[in-house]
Design a protein around this ligand. Structure first.
Ligand code: GLN
Length: 487
């Protein structure tokens, strides 16, 4: 690409393709998430699966964790076998199949099959489509960051519309109708992708960066087959003997949520390909990783704890007007879309005087902590037996988005700059792991939420985030020093 393209808001035309594909993928994902919690814990009579609420909350978290964890698989497949574009396509197909299974009236086993498809499918699609965004620009092209910002808009526009459409259909009419519309959304995303990719993307995303050699293929596929067979046999035996319960499975994934990032750090640190400067940067990345984890732990509870809160603790009828509890899921993306331009302007205006990466992470934690602390107020003043005005949830979602806009847009670029060059193909997976680990831990924590424990619940988690934020702020000169020149 010698002549820079300007076909989409002054950006390469390929951004149009990626924007709308990801818009529809997120539409289907967040539409499904907006009703899934209710689908799980509503009684069978009300069209749900009749699970108890703590289990439903825990499954929501573990599901979210797996969706981002599987990005490691998607990264590997793209890097060594298929390249970004083809991996994205197969991912979209799997996601669509997952939603179709949920759209058919089904039982708990059908639900788990659908989960499997969506977990693997999103792992194939999400990190790789984001990588193609980066591929559209040459290294010197200064439109790159704004390209990612436009792409983040696509994500959040999808997340904003989905609860209003999928949520309303799902809650007012029928859950399966809602899931069906999510499937249609992913289908439309695939159509956009297939029809426009050739013309718009050109060669971006088509290469396989580090292909397996024929010899490697043999041994890798052999080991994969053995590994899969072992997992299948162990799974079948442990499910049929009743050993593998939902609780035990969840616990295993929670442990993985800690082991995987730890293993990543050790491997990167000890790799002979990493230089001394890169090792120092890795040390700096550890507190950033932990801070991001804490942030996502709170942000993602917007779809679990605050989702249940919207449904059970919030006043939803005003005269003839009835709010659907799923609509609250639109608040996070709405505030992102509204406030992102403001933040972009602020960082540009501050220029060199803008806070360092580690300080921005600290601010992210402060706002996330506040978003939970404010939820103590209605419980403290009115007790937990009366319904709460929806403005409290609006305020909470508003606060967490202030934090998200401090942390999320710089998070990926910080990962890119701090991870050793030899591991650059894994950067996207590594960043998504902050979210995966957060939700893996959430799967254990969310079980402790009840209206009776509400004040302590919001207080402890919110307080912890603020404490961590304060530590980040104190440590930030040290962290910046370890970054060796990265800001
Ligand atoms: N909500 C955003 C998305 O769905 C951010 C997720 C993340 O962990 N970076 O893309």
């Amino acid at each position: 690409q010698s002549v820079p393209q300007k076909g989409f808001f002054g950006h390469p035309k390929g951004l149009f393709t990626l924007f709308f594909t990801e818009f529809w993928e997120r539409f289907s994902y967040y539409g499904m998430r907006a009703i899934l919690l209710y689908y799980m814990y509503y009684s069978m009579k009300d069209g749900g699966l009749g699970l108890d609420q703590p289990t439903a909350l825990s499954i929501m978290s573990i599901y979210g964790s797996l969706v981002y964890m599987s990005g490691i698989i998607g990264g590997w497949i793209s890097d060594r076998l298929l390249g970004n574009t083809r991996t994205v396509f197969y991912g979209g197909v799997l996601i669509m199949l997952g939603h179709i299974i949920l759209a058919l009236p089904g039982s708990i086993p059908a639900f788990f099959v659908s989960m499997f498809f969506i977990v693997i499918g999103t792992g194939l699609l999400k990190p790789n489509i984001s990588n193609i965004v980066g591929d559209l620009y040459s290294k010197e092209d200064n439109r790159r960051d704004s390209g990612f910002s436009i792409f983040y808009m696509g994500i959040n526009l999808g997340g904003l519309l989905a609860p209003l459409i999928v949520g309303t259909l799902g809650q007012k009419y029928n859950f399966h109708l809602g899931f069906g519309v999510a499937a249609v959304g992913m289908f439309l995303g695939l159509v956009v992708f297939m029809l426009t990719k050739k013309k718009n993307l050109g060669l971006a995303g088509t290469s396989v960066p580090n292909p397996l050699t024929p010899a490697e293929r043999k041994s890798v596929f052999g080991r994969l087959a053995i590994g899969l067979a072992v997992i299948l046999v162990l799974g079948a035996v442990s499910i049929s003997t009743g050993f593998l319960t939902i609780d035990r499975f969840t616990f295993m994934i929670s442990i993985l949520g800690i082991l995987i990032p730890a293993a990543y750090f050790i491997v990167m640190y000890r790799s002979p390909k990493s230089t001394d400067v890169e090792r120092s940067r890795l040390i700096a990345y550890i507190p950033l990783f932990i801070a991001a984890m804490m942030f996502w732990a709170i942000q993602e509870q917007g779809a679990t704890i605050l989702g249940a809160y919207a449904d059970k603790r919030t006043q939803l009828t005003f005269g003839n007007f009835e709010i659907q509890s799923s609509w609250f899921q639109s608040l996070n993306p709405l505030f992102v879309v509204l406030l992102a331009p403001l933040f972009a302007w602020l960082w540009i205006k501050l220029g060199n005087r803008q806070p360092s990466t580690s300080k921005k992470f600290a601010f992210g934690l402060f706002f996330a902590g506040l978003s939970f602390l404010v939820m103590i107020i209605p419980a403290y003043t009115n007790g937990t037996d009366t319904l709460v005005h929806p403005m409290w949830l609006v305020l909470s979602f508003f606060l967490v988005v202030l934090g998200e806009l401090c942390l999320s847009p710089v998070g990926l670029s910080a990962t890119t700059k701090l991870a050793p060059a030899a591991f650059s193909a894994q950067t996207m997976s590594l960043w998504f792991l902050t979210n995966a680990s957060a939700q893996a831990i959430n799967a254990q924590i969310v079980k402790y939420y009840t209206p009776e424990t509400e004040i302590a619940y919001f207080g402890i988690i919110g307080g912890l985030a603020i404490l961590l934020g304060a530590m980040m702020l104190l440590l930030s000169p040290k962290i910046q020093a370890y970054m060796k020149g990265v800001r």
